[in-house]
Design a protein around this ligand. Structure first.
Ligand SMILES: Cc1cc2nc3c(=O)[nH]c(=O)nc-3n(C[C@H](O)[C@H](O)[C@H](O)COP(=O)(O)OP(=O)(O)OC[C@H]3O[C@@H](n4cnc5c(N)ncnc54)[C@H](O)[C@@H]3O)c2cc1C
Length: 598
């Protein structure tokens, strides 16, 4: 139900008020799957509202390329959910939450079959089964895919299902604050990015499915205006805890381009899907050496992302990189038709830039790709704030110190289902938003946003935004040292000061949106830097040059929470134990036989 309200604190400030049972913030795969599960479990569509910053069907999920994991065993009958879980724990260096890993691995075979029934355009074997391919560091061919546009196909399918159920979706809404008293959530505040109207959502349950934080880095594979840490920052501000924020996955193969060439420059850092290596792509340095032999003689190009990314970074640092600061990725030993069928988008993209993948290599270098950390949630996706759930890339726990390729799409549909079911089982009553929260939090926040619009401040938003991304790359990149991390925190304080004096356009302008993003990013960046400094060891994607070894004593998760007296308080938590079935799979010691790939 929607109504208009004139604010008590400022007669010029009015806002729309929307009362709803469950507010789903985010319409990528995680948000869409949650909404479907809610409705399929008896929640009325009148009690659900999904919203996102973009048009319906346009979320970051569409950029996922290579695939989604699930132990269907299409080719490798010996694969099982338990081995999927074991691979995930091994890749996460055993600081993942085993219960969450198990939820994902157990669910996925059914979730994939369900997506198939719903019409997802999976690539198929000759006898019509869902095809599965190798992805880095997985024991079997477990990654189902739709060519190299798996995310787009997944989200199209989910949006279609949501529309068939008439689930309401509101486009172009940016949420800027959750309404919480620190114990319970009451809704959210945001604005309509098209017409600038302020919006107050009164909701008994809020599902935060607002994506991750990899765009904190200047060289990243995400869409430029996504993955700015909105989800973790909103939850933290509401009183929830963050976890594992120091673990940022650097994908080994972002595009390395001639930045002075206007045709190539926009492609800098864009993902070259892992599927290129999964389908047999080989890495060479500028001397023509297949250098992975020195770093990982057994797994070669298909070793874990952190291992391959560090190897490439090392080759470049030691002067064996290309002129564009990368290395070569070559799949030209495969025939043209194979490449066009298995990697159609990659083939077309490079062909459009004048490079024929069937004849020549492409240039690649690491780029920030995925934040393994996020919001602390229980087994149903609920945070420590009653009624506030966080799922998909916004949540923490599944990936530990490093993420298996294909596991994040898996996480979105697994936890979308679990969370949707949980909320439905508890009922989705409209919220009872107390006046004290409206007058004490919501309206002052809107007044603050109103004052920020058209501010003639001293600093350009874009410039501070870029400075922050460069800071993260320089101080908390692939290779991190304690001194640089400390210096990064000092620099961050300087940027926080600048961010309080920004030149911002009207509320519907891009600069206003970026000013909001910048606030989310500053907070998330602080959690990354502090976590990385605290973790005095190397584990998975987190490599400390001054502490290069993994240490048993650090088999703990670092959490960050707003301290009562202000500031960010860090703590560490022990990790749980795997179930018997998963422990047995771990002890069996499965791993990829490299010769299978030739
Ligand atoms: C280039 C690339 C390729 C990838 N390929 C794969 C792959 O092959 N396999 C795999 O498993 N994973 C892959 N991933 C990761 C995967 O795409 C993501 O983890 C996953 O899609 C996240 O889905 P999500 O629903 O959690 O979030 P998203 O798809 O990011 O959706 C977030 C939603 O939240 C909304 N939102 C955000 N902030 C706000 C706000 N403040 N107010 C209102 N709405 C907001 C957005 O508009 C959007 O609707 C890839 C990632 C990248 C960058």
């Amino acid at each position: 139900m929607e109504s208009r309200t004139d604010s008590a604190i400022d007669s010029a400030l009015s806002y729309g008020r929307i009362d709803v049972g469950v507010l789903v913030i985010g319409a990528g795969a995680a948000g869409a799957r949650t909404a479907i599960e809610l409705v399929d479990n008896g929640v009325s569509v009148d009690d659900v509202l999904v919203l996102g910053k973009r048009n319906h069907g346009d979320a970051h999920t569409t950029w996922a390329r290579g695939g989604i994991n699930g132990a269907l065993g299409t080719h490798d009958a010996e694969d099982s959910w338990a081995i999927h879980a074991a691979d995930t724990l091994n890749e996460g260096h055993h600081i993942n939450d085993p219960a969450k890993v198990e939820t994902v691995a157990r669910q996925l075979p059914d979730r994939l079959r369900e997506l198939d029934e719903w019409g997802m355009a999976f690539s198929r074997t000759e006898d019509g089964e869902i095809d599965q391919r190798y992805f880095g560091a997985q024991s079997f061919r477990r990654t189902a895919f739709a060519g190299d546009h798996t995310g787009e196909s997944l989200l199209d399918t989910l949006v279609d299902q949501a529309q068939q159920r008439s689930i309401p979706y509101r486009e172009n809404v940016m949420v800027t604050k959750l309404l919480s008293d620190g114990d319970q959530v009451y809704g959210a505040v945001g604005f309509d990015m098209a017409d600038g109207e302020f919006l107050l959502f009164n909701a008994g349950t809020v599902v935060l499915a607002a994506g991750g934080y990899a765009s904190l880095y200047n060289r990243h594979t995400s869409r430029d205006d996504e993955n700015n840490g909105d989800g973790p920052a909103l939850a933290y501000d509401a009183g929830a805890s963050l976890m594992d924020m120091e673990f940022v996955q650097f994908h080994p193969t972002g595009m390395a381009v001639d930045e002075t060439d206007p045709d190539w420059e926009p492609w800098d850092g864009r993902l070259v899907t892992e599927a290129v290596r999964g389908e047999g792509g080989r890495l060479y340095n500028a001397d023509g050496e297949r250098f992975m032999k020195r770093y990982s003689p057994d797994q070669m190009e298909l070793d874990a992302r952190d291992v391959v990314a560090r190897a490439i970074a090392q080759e470049i640092a030691e002067g064996r990189g290309t002129e564009n600061g990368g290395v070569f990725l070559d799949i030209s030993h495969r025939d043209r038709q194979f490449i066009q069928t298995r990697l159609p988008r990659m083939y077309e993209r490079f062909a459009g830039l004048g490079v024929d993948m069937a004849e020549e290599p492409v240039e690649v270098a690491p780029a920030a790709h995925y934040g393994m950390g996020g919001v602390v949630v229980d087994d149903n996706g609920e945070t420590e704030i009653d009624g506030l759930f966080a799922i998909g890339e916004t949540m923490a726990g599944v990936h530990g110190a490093n993420r298996l390729g294909g596991n994040s799409l898996a996480e979105t549909v697994a936890f979308g289902t679990v969370t949707g079911r949980r909320i439905a089982s508890e009922g989705a009553e409209p919220g009872a938003l107390p006046d004290s929260i409206v007058g004490g939090i919501a309206e002052p926040h809107m007044a603050h946003l109103d004052a920020l619009a058209d501010s003639p401040g001293k600093y350009d938003v874009d410039t501070v935004f870029t400075e922050l991304q460069e800071l993260l790359w320089e101080h908390a990149g692939i290779l991190r040292g304690g001194d640089r991390l400390s210096a990064g925190l000092d620099e961050l304080t300087r940027l926080q000061t600048k961010a309080s004096d920004l030149e911002v356009g009207p509320i519907t302008s891009e600069s206003f949106e970026f000013a909001m993003d910048l606030g989310f990013m500053l907070l998330t960046a602080e959690a990354v830097l502090r976590g990385a400094l605290e973790r005095a060891e190397s584990r998975g994607a987190h490599y400390r040059t001054d502490h290069p070894d993994e240490r048993d004593g650090w088999r703990r998760n670092i959490t960050a929470k707003r301290a009562d007296l202000g500031g960010m308080a860090l703590a560490t938590e022990p990790v749980g134990s795997p179930s018997e079935g998963v422990q047995a799979a771990l002890e069996e010691g499965h791993k990829l036989e490299y010769h299978q790939l030739e």
